[in-house]
Design a protein. Structure first.
Length: 136
């Protein structure tokens, strides 16, 4: 009855929180690695990859001034991957064109960086995952 009463989606609030906690778990894992000086910020970059420029992300509801450019780039790539990857047993992949339209909507809502999204599209970064030795 509880799960049938969910207003949106198919996860309970507890289940959603557990899934969202992956960013903190990732950060804790990554910060144990002895990174070189050049890439020592990787744990912090990964920690914010679900933050949105308009403050609607998680885990900390950061807004644009608090989100580094590297994290903004990772966020765009991560969302594209989550939408277009065919290896997710819990959802069907969407075509790349549809994933880009969804990302465009996020840009229009102020959640994603317009300039970085434009670079992602113009450079066709999204095509890389189609030609990797081990596609997603």
């Amino acid at each position: 009855m509880r799960l049938l009463s969910l207003r949106k989606g198919s996860l309970s609030e507890y289940e959603r929180q557990q899934i969202e906690a992956h960013v903190v778990h990732t950060f804790r894992f990554l910060r144990q690695i002895p990174w070189t000086r050049e890439i020592r910020r990787i744990p912090a970059i990964a920690l914010g990859h679900h933050e949105k420029l308009n403050g609607s992300g998680y885990p900390y509801k950061l807004s644009a001034p608090e989100i580094p450019v590297q994290t903004r780039m990772m966020t765009i790539s991560d969302i594209f991957d989550a939408l277009a990857a065919s290896d997710r047993p819990y959802k069907k992949a969407v075509p790349a064109e549809r994933a880009l339209k969804i990302l465009e909507g996020e840009v229009a809502d102020g959640a994603l960086d317009r300039e970085l999204f434009d670079v992602f599209v113009q450079a066709r970064v999204f095509d890389r995952w189609l030609v990797e030795a081990y596609p997603y």
